[in-house]
Structure formats: C-alpha cells, structure tokens
Write a protein that binds this ligand. Structure first.
Ligand code: GL4
Length: 826
C-alpha cells in the first residue's frame, strides 16, 4: 500500500504507540498537567492529577481505538449494534487501567509524582446514564464484546444530566438533585463534531406511490456524535460506544432576533437541546411523554443513519444489509428503529415493501426485560406522521395472523381504546428475527404469557433465552482486588486465564476444604467489610460493627422488589430482641442491614418505603438494648461505585421479589461471584444460580410463580385478614401504625397496600421469609461451614460471566465473529 502523503519515515518516527513504560507514562501525565490543564506542579491537587492521568490513559485508548476501527473497516465483518437508551458505565479510570494491563505502571508513575492512585480514582464522577439493571447490563455487554474482540458498537444518548442525585432529608424523605456529571469535563469521550445527522419531527407525510411517501416540514434538529472508547480486557481491541447529543440545526432564528424578539429567537434552539438534556428516571414504567418519545426517535434515527452510512461505504447491494448488520433492541425503547428502517428503505432507497420488510425482519433482534409499554396514537401521529403510516401499513400488509377476533386483537400492534395505543412490544416482536428473555424462567413466561399468540404463529424457535451475565473484570478483579489475588495465587494460572474463562473458577472447589485457604478467604471478606465500614463512617459519621453479619439489599426501590418485606422483617427481629434478656441476646447473631437504592421521583409508595427504612434505622441504631445486635443503614445516592464497595463486603444479600416479577436480576450474580450468599425467592436468575451452586448454598423461601395468580385472586375476592394469615406480620404493621417509627399516619398508604390487595404477596410470604432468615442465622453460627459455602458459591459462577451471554448473542442471534486486532495489524 502506498503511503498517502509526505515522507513515510517522517510520519512513522513521529507516530506514538501506547505509553507502556513508567518513564513514558510519567512524561505523558506531566505533559497533560502542563499543556492540556495549564497547571503547575505546585498547585496541582488530586482532581488535577486525576484529570491529567485520565488524559494520559485516554491517549492510549485512542491509539488502540483508532487501530481497531481501521482494522474493522478493512476486514469488513458483519457487525452488531447494541441500541440502548441507557448505559450505566460507572467510573472508567480504574477499569481502563486494568483492561490495558497498565495499572501497576501508572501506579508507579503516580506515586513518583507524589500522589496516590486510589485517591485519584475516587475523584472521578460516575457516568450514570442509566437507571439500574437494564443500563448496567448494557455496560457489561460492551466490556465483554470488546474483550472477545467482537465488532460490536453501542448506540445511546449523551444526556447532559444522568440519573438524579439522591439526598435523604432528616425526616427520611428522598430529595432529588440534578446530576451535572459533565461539569468537570469528561476525558473519556471524543466529540465527533463532524459526525452529524439531521432528524425530523412533526410535519406532513404525503403518500406517493408503491407504499412510499414524502415527509417534509416540521422541526429538524441535529444529532452530534460523541464516542466513548471501550477497551477490551487483555486485548488491543477497543470498541466504540457512540452517544448522540441534540443541537439546533441553525444556531438561532436571526429574523426574530433582529426584530427584537430574543425569546422567540432562542426558543427553537432550546427545544432542540432539550431532547438529550436529561435521562428519564423511571425504571420499568413509561409515561406517554412527548419528550421521551422524541428522545427515542432522535436516537434511533441518528443511529440508523450512521449504520446505513457505514454499510454503504462497503459498496454492497442493499439486499445484503442483514448479512453485515445485526441490531439488538434493548427492550422496547428503540422499537421505532423498525419503522424508521422501513422508511429509509422505502422512501430513500426506493425498495418495494416486500424487499424492505425482508431486510428489516432479518436485521433486528429484540430483548424483553419487563412488561409492556405503549404509546398513545394521537401523539405518534403528530410527532412522527410517516412512521404512523408505516405502522398502519405493517398492520394491514403484514396481516398474517389468522384466528379468532380476540386473538387478532391481542396480537395487533394497535390497541383499541381511548386513545388508541401503539404496542411497542408487539411491533418489536413482529419486526424482529428473534426475541429473547433474560433468564430461563422469564423467557418461559415470555413464551407462555405475553407472547403466547406469537409463539403459536411464528413457532417457538423465534423465542429464545439468553440468561444475563456480568463482567468479572469490574465485578471481581476491580472491586475486590484482594479476592482476585487470592484466586490467582491459588489456581496457579495467570489472572487473565480465569477472568476470560470464568468456568475456571471451578478450580477453587478443592480449596473449600483447606483450612489455610478458608482463613485467607475469610480475611479478604473481613477487609472488604472494613472498607465498607470506613465508607459508612466517613459519609454518615457512625461506626459499624464489622464482626456482625452484613446483610445487603441494593437495587431500585420498587414494590415488586419488596424492600418493604425486608424492613418489616427487620422490625420483627427488633421486637423479638426487645423481649429477650441481656443473656439471651448474647446468643443472637449480630447483624447489620444495609439498604441503598433510588425511587423514581413520582413513585409515592417507593418513596414511603425509603422513609420507613430511614426511620426504623434511626430508632434501632439508638436503642441501647439492641444496637449491638441489630443496626440498619440506608446509604444515600446508590451508584455503580457504591455497589463496588458494598458487594464485596456482604455475607448475605436479599433478592426477594414476588415470584415471576424479576425478569433476571444481575446483582444476585455479583454478590455470589464475590462469595456472598443469597436469600431469595424462586425468581429470575436466582433459580439458575441455585442450579449452579446447589440449593443447599441458597436460602430460598416464598410462594412459586404458578401460585401467584391464584393468591392475587384470593386477595381480591376472598380476603383473609393479616391477623389470621400472619400474626407476626400483623404485630409488625401495628407497631408501625402506632408510631413507633415516627408518625404512624404517614405510613398508612404503604401499610394499606399490604392490608388491602397485597398485590405483591407480603402476607403470603412473610412467615417463610422469617424462617429463611432464621436458617441464615443458624448457618452463620458454623463459621467454617459458612466459609465453605462462600467458596463453593464463587467457584460455580462461571455461567454468569457476560462473556458467556455475549457468546450466546454472537452465535445464536447476531451471527458475528471475533475480529482480533493483532499487534501491528493496522
Ligand atoms: C430489568 C429487570 O427488571 C431486571 O430483572 C433485569 O436483570 C434487567 C436486565 O435484563 O432488566 N428490566 C428493567 S426495565 N430494568 C431492569 O433492571
């Protein structure tokens, strides 16, 4: 190949590689201090040192990223695109250093410059562009795709404000504040101000011929690309996450400005910028809000235009699009990509309906993560007139569903009613090659309930399962370095060998019997508990008994997740402790119960649960009779970074959703990977975890999924008072009502959800929950046996690596192959 310009040697001598030795790293950090930051050694603080180090690491990422992208372009493999409205990335510096294998070198440099690497790592703000499990899953999948050298890009939105910051008022109420995460600059993104697309909203769609139309008028905004580099672990491959920012197409309206109407002049530019201003803080629920729909269309239109441009650069016939492009729809949020691809193929590429539909239905794959959101048709018709036409055409042209009227109505993309609604899940299913759920039980529920009619129509092979996974790089090596070191030393294989093939952890099984190893295992747990205790002491100003059992429940606040069951169980334990003599109390296992999680700002009952937890904590933690044996903490502002401290410190964690409601759960996997045991319901991935680690190592309780419907029916038509069903629970509810934890009246709406319909079956599960916790206490008394369970649990977590999940998607869904960047390939 001919060198494009100038003298080849001049270029090649100047092109830098990755800074991989300590002197070069030190130079690069100092260079960024001097030039990028314009600061001096004598006034450099931790934040500045973090920023300079981050910029230096980023230089390395860019080198690998650039080579990887060139390599992919040259090899032209089939690519997969992961469309997710949320990517909950957390911090990057530590992760990038570990994936690049440069943590020790950077540590040496930073120490040499008089700073402490761990302090610098703590200066980074979380990238919190997600609500919870769904967004964190997307982040784990990017790590696994890059680590396995798969040509996968993520597409999302660059929200100016991520998930809100949670504050807890003295009375226990959740308060929300904005999350201005970009205020300190973000070294981990690369603005691509030259990569832009125009996106249209509103206007008119006029049908022409052959199912085509011309869509014009309305509002046009610009999508600008920001690229986030995703380094693979132990490989040069560095993938891309492209996030779109919205901008006005033309700065502002000069005519209005000149006419003296300043407000009108900037109005349209403000409305364009508003599209990517903020992440919607709802997990599971979708409100029919215009701005949310605008976000969804803006993002899918820009992403598809970008994907189409990349495909066209390959100069292949358009019919081969599905041979080079697989698009994964992360829940229903990106479903508009289906009518959008149809629009592009029909109106721009001028394909026939049949050709366009053939391409579309071979390109998309749809993952269901929960129950089904819908959109009101009047809003869709106004905002996206052309897409509404296409949706109606899909309904009529693709009216393949035979059968009775009821069944046709259930399968329709359009739901009758006032107003009519678009069922995004039905559209996603009809427009996709395959559909999957995220754990065995959940996928079975998808097949037998929400998608039953479609299974009968398309056949069961369209409906698969990919059990979720987590990246062991962040969720063991990074968050629990002590355990990682112990594992590597014991297995006597390189760290990368088990981190890239997590089934190798099975090699730990024989060590479960060895007293010396048990001791070291327990010592790691204790030091992680001390790290958490230190965090609690510095943030809440209270000390924590690290000799106690640490019991953790951390997740979004939601009625179905039943944090209420946990706190009511805590009250039960407290009431019992109060009846014991001091001598009797000494025999009880001391326990510290940790909660963390955000409630959607509009979710009244969830916020009330937080308030109850905080007030129970206030009473218990200051009761001299019991505080040695039972304390409770609600840690504010749950985040990925806080999870990284909590998870390695847990002895037991709670995953106690009503059976059949938690699609999978992923923190359950993280706790087990770090040697924590589970107490849980027979739900989501808990079931598969128990299959792997053995039921004797999991504390199961509660009714099973098939019983749930009947119980709910009973609650409605043959209610039994709580006093009869569970006297223990009734006693607890009465204490709350009576004001033992502050004004009882405040909690009435929450208590009534339990006393009345009890949709989430607390009254049915309470007694067996308490028994399960008693079993946990009993097991914990025999510490050696407990440690053995802990070791065996970690050893059997191979299945839950996100590498396995991504392999499933790559092989069974996307049909893509690893495209490794060899040293110097590019
Ligand atoms: C979720 C599910 O609730 C959760 O069980 C699952 O682990 C996660 C990833 O598949 O997706 N669905 C929504 S919505 N939020 C989630 O966390």
């Amino acid at each position: 190949e001919k060198w494009p310009r100038g003298d080849e040697k001049t270029w090649k001598d100047a092109i830098r590689g990755v800074a991989s030795d300590t002197p070069t790293i030190t130079k690069s950090i100092v260079n960024h201090v001097q030039t990028s930051l314009a600061r001096q050694p004598h006034n450099l603080d931790d934040l500045g040192a973090y920023q300079a180090s981050a910029l230096s690491v980023r230089d390395n990422l860019i080198v690998n990223w650039n080579e990887t992208q060139l390599h992919y372009t040259r090899k032209a493999p089939k690519r997969a695109y992961y469309l997710s409205l949320e990517f909950l990335m957390g911090r990057t510096l530590d992760n990038a250093l570990l994936n690049l294998g440069l943590k020790n070198k950077y540590n040496d440099s930073i120490t040499g410059l008089g700073f402490n690497l761990e302090d610098l790592i703590d200066k980074e703000r979380d990238a919190a562009l997600g609500n919870g499990g769904l967004g964190r899953l997307a982040a784990c999948y990017l790590d696994s795709s890059a680590s396995q050298e798969l040509p996968v890009w993520g597409y999302g939105l660059r929200y100016k404000y991520g998930i809100f910051q949670q504050l807890i008022a003295p009375d226990g109420q959740q308060l929300e504040a904005p999350d201005p995460w970009l205020d300190n600059q973000n070294p981990w993104e690369l603005p691509r101000l030259d990569v832009t697309y125009e996106v249209r909203f509103y206007g008119h769609a006029e049908r022409t011929e052959n199912g085509r139309a011309i869509w014009s008028g309305g509002q046009e905004v610009l999508a600008v690309a920001y690229d986030v580099m995703i380094p693979g672990y132990d490989t040069k491959n560095t993938n891309n996450l492209r996030l779109w920012e919205s901008k006005p197409k033309r700065g502002f309206d000069l005519n209005s400005f000149n006419a003296g109407n300043y407000e009108q002049a900037v109005e349209s530019s403000n409305s364009a910028a508003a599209i990517t201003a903020v992440l919607y803080p709802n997990d599971h629920t979708t409100f029919g809000k215009e701005l949310r729909l605008k976000q969804q269309y803006f993002w899918t239109a820009a992403s598809l235009a970008d994907i189409m441009r990349r495909f066209k650069n390959m100069e292949k016939p358009i019919s081969e699009f599905p041979d080079y492009v697989a698009i994964q729809l992360n829940d229903t949020h990106p479903t508009l990509a289906i009518p959008e691809l149809m629009r592009v193929l029909l109106d721009d590429e001028e394909l026939s309906w049949a050709e366009a539909w053939q391409i579309t239905t071979n390109t998309f794959f749809f993952t269901n993560h929960t129950v089904l959101p819908k959109w009101p048709i009047p809003l869709m018709e106004q905002l996206l007139p052309r897409h509404m036409q296409i949706i109606y055409d899909i309904v009529t042209v693709e009216k393949q569903f035979p059968g009775d009227r009821d069944r046709l109505a259930r399968m329709s993309i359009i739901e009758e009613g006032i107003p009519k609604q678009v069922r995004m899940a039905n559209l996603a299913c009809i427009g996709s090659r395959k559909v999957n759920g995220v754990a065995e039980l959940h996928s079975e529920l998808v097949r037998t309930t929400i998608m039953k009619d479609f299974v009968e129509h398309y056949g069961v092979s369209k409906f698969g399962n990919v059990t979720n996974g987590i990246t062991p790089r962040r969720w063991l090596d990074q968050c629990n370095p002590g355990l990682s070191t112990l594992i590597t030393e014991s297995l006597k294989i390189p760290k990368a060998a088990w981190l890239k093939d997590l089934y190798k952890l099975e090699g730990l099984l024989p060590f479960a019997e060895k007293a010396d190893f048990q001791k070291r295992w327990a010592a790691v747990k204790l030091s992680n508990k001390r790290r958490l205790a230190h965090y609690v002491e510095t943030t809440l100003g209270v000390s924590v008994n690290t000799a106690a059992m640490f019991d953790v429940q951390i997740k979004r606040l939601h009625e179905y997740k039943r944090q209420s069951l946990n706190i009511l169980g805590v009250i039960h334990r407290y009431l019992l402790l109060k009846t014991l003599t001091p001598a009797q109390r000494k025999k009880v296992v001391p326990k510290v119960v940790f909660f963390a999680g955000k409630a959607a700002p509009g979710y009244f009952i969830a916020k009330l649960i937080i308030r109850l937890i905080v007030n129970v904590a206030r009473v218990l933690n200051s009761d001299p009779d019991t505080k040695e044996y039972l304390t409770v903490f609600f840690l504010p502002d749950y985040s990925v970074s806080l999870a990284e401290i909590l998870i390695p410190a847990s002895d037991i964690s709670q995953h106690i959703s009503t059976a059949g409601t938690e699609a999978s759960g992923t923190s359950n996997m993280k706790f087990c990977l770090n040697g924590g045991l589970l107490v849980g319901t027979v739900d989501g991935a808990n079931i598969e975890i128990a299959e792997e680690v053995g039921e004797s190592n999991v504390f199961f309780f509660g009714h099973l999924t098939p019983a749930v419907e009947d119980l709910r029916y009973q609650h409605l038509y043959h209610p039994v008072p709580v006093e009869q069903k569970s006297p223990a629970l009734a006693a607890v509810l009465n204490e709350v009502s009576a004001g033992r934890f502050g004004d009882g009246g405040v909690y009435e709406p929450l208590l009534n959800t339990i006393r009345q319909h009890d949709y989430y079956l607390l009254t049915d599960d309470f007694d067996s929950y308490i028994r399960a916790l008693d079993m946990v206490d009993e097991a914990y008394q025999d510490r050696t046996e407990w440690i053995k369970k802990s070791i065996r649990t970690t050893a059997k977590m191979g299945k839950f690596s996100s590498d396995r999940a991504i392999q499933d998607y790559a092989q069974e869904y996307w049909n893509i192959e690893s495209t490794k960047l060899e040293n110097g390939t590019a």
